[in-house]
Design a protein around this ligand. Structure first.
Ligand code: TYM
Length: 386
């Protein structure tokens, strides 16, 4: 189907499914979140020492709730903490790294505590056919992939829900008591057939925002907003602060710039364990091109970087230098750079990223303990009973 026809289709964004051509402006209104405006951007820029992350600079991280309050707390010395998560339903693809890498930048730039929730419970109850043993296996592998990104080991707590529940269950009950089934249905679309595990799970995703007294900021993709909308409705009645959020768009799948890279479409995602040959073949075969049908036409008319997946992946994740990105964009737009050449640039970037990741992964197996149990923050968290 032509990319232009897709814009007339409807779209749907929920924590469990993203379908259709996402209209990110409409989503702001649907969810009631605010756009990151110039005033906020320049405040973040100043506080970051004039070094904004490319994802913010390039309007990929684009929406928020109460980011102004977070910046006020930072400026006044009260500080804040960050929290994000991952549902270990299977192996990880590069889309899952997007929020984690952005969180790493925030942690490094503002010297923040970071809590990473790994929701083995959520994925077990969500996937009807999931066996606990499989989820357990994926959880262990995901934990290593996450830790390999190199967070500050003394300021990061990575936990899996089924294990840390020992410390949190009373807090979960307090939250659960505040949320009626009809609110949960309205927020998440639960049906009569939904199992009780899935209806209870949201209280845990909310609970992590209460792990510290400071205000929490949750940087993630916008699909997770329903949880935090609900958090904001009940937080103050429990004596906690409303959480702030910072939302990105989605890294698209290889086949088009309109949706998100998703685990359910294996060939159109790049997995962290895809070898060099696989990456090359997938990008060459599937990456949606904004180029023309023939080389002659492309030289004459140029390509469209806006809909070209290879260009968009470079923009979001793999080309941090603005001047270099501008050259690529210009050359593609004017027909100097061919689709095959653009794909080649991306293939090299993705492969060198994945090779380095797998190297770090090997070393991290030993370091995981610090993030989960023995680092400074992890120790503090295991000593807390909520
Ligand atoms: P999960 O495992 O579905 O996704 C993990 C994180 O990755 C984001 N994400 C993407 N971001 C950009 N492009 C994509 N193509 C893409 N696909 C997924 C998701 O928004 C998410 O941030 N319930 C959550 C786990 C969780 C969580 C949290 C997430 C627990 N607490 C707090 C964010 C913040 C889940 O299943 O995520």
């Amino acid at each position: 189907m032509e990319e232009s026809h897709r814009t007339k289709e409807t779209f749907n964004v929920t924590p469990w499914e993203v379908s259709g051509p996402v209209d990110y402006d409409k989503l702001l209104h649907q969810f009631g979140v605010k756009r990151l405006d110039h005033i906020l951007l320049s405040r973040v820029k100043k506080l970051s020492g004039e070094r904004l992350h490319p994802m913010i600079r390039r309007n990929f991280v684009y929406a928020h709730r109460d980011l102004d309050l977070i910046l006020n707390d930072y400026e006044s010395g009260k500080g804040f903490f960050i929290y994000t998560g991952r549902g270990p339903s299977g192996p990880m693809h590069i889309g899952h790294l997007v929020p984690l890498l952005f969180n790493k930048w925030l942690q490094d730039t503002f010297d923040l505590n970071l809590h990473i929730q790994v929701t083995d419970d959520e994925k077990f109850v969500y996937k009807q056919d999931a066996k606990w043993e499989d989820i357990d296996h994926h959880t262990k592998q995901n934990l290593i992939d996450i830790a390999a990104l190199g967070f500050n080991p003394d300021k990061t707590f990575i936990f899996r829900d089924s294990e840390y529940i020992k410390n949190t269950y009373p807090l979960l009950l307090k939250i659960a008591k505040k949320i009626t089934l009809s609110t949960a249905r309205a927020t998440f679309g639960f049906q009569n057939e939904t199992n009780l595990g899935l209806t209870f799970y949201p209280v845990y995703q909310i609970a992590t925002t209460f792990f510290e007294e400071k205000r929490c900021l949750v940087p993630c993709a916008i699909d997770q907003d329903p949880y935090f909308r609900m958090q904001r409705d009940i937080a103050e009645s429990l004596g906690f602060k409303k959480t702030a959020t910072l939302y990105s768009k989605f890294l698209p799948s290889l086949t088009g710039t309109y949706g998100k890279m998703s685990s359910s479409l294996a060939d159109t995602a790049i997995w962290l364990d895809d070898d060099e040959k696989k990456v090359k073949n997938k990008i060459n075969k599937y990456a949606f091109s904004g180029g023309q049908a023939t080389v002659e036409e492309h030289r004459r008319m140029g390509g469209n970087p806006e809909v070209d997946v290879s260009f968009q992946w470079l923009k979001i994740l793999f080309e941090p230098s603005d001047p270099k990105l501008r050259v690529i964009e210009h050359d593609y737009h004017t027909g100097k750079l061919l689709t095959g050449e653009l794909k080649q640039i991306l293939i090299e970037r993705v492969n060198s990223f994945l090779i380095a990741h797998r190297e770090k992964r090997k070393r991290t197996e030993k370091e995981l303990d610090r993030y989960m149990y023995s680092g400074k923050l992890a120790k503090q968290m295991w000593g807390k009973q909520f």
